[in-house]
Design a protein around this ligand. Structure first.
Ligand SMILES: [Zn+2]
Length: 90
């Protein structure tokens, strides 16, 4: 079912499902004794894991990452996951 939401309410409306997902993950992780760390997702798919260069142009194609500074190439989703892991560990 599609819902119409006013522009001012869009952020709050779309954020709710992520909040609920986070609650589910936290609940399951607590049961299993696994720590959950929150990581800011900003630029995780635009940041080169090799040299740290951040640019929108690193993602000229949706699924592929190609660093404009050092030429590192990877799958965009895999690279984002590695950046999230790195940020969680650091
Ligand atoms: Zn690079």
């Amino acid at each position: 079912m599609e819902k119409t939401v006013r522009k001012a309410q869009r952020r709050q409306h779309s954020s709710w499902s992520f909040y609920q997902l986070r609650q589910f993950i936290q609940y399951k992780a607590d049961l299993a004794g696994i720590p959950v760390m929150l990581v800011d997702p900003k630029n995780t798919s635009r940041t080169c894991i090799q040299c740290g260069y951040v640019a929108k142009e690193n993602r000229s194609l949706r699924d592929n990452f190609c660093c404009r500074a050092c030429g590192y190439v990877d799958l965009a989703d895999k690279l984002a996951a590695e950046n999230i892991r790195r940020d969680a560990v650091n």
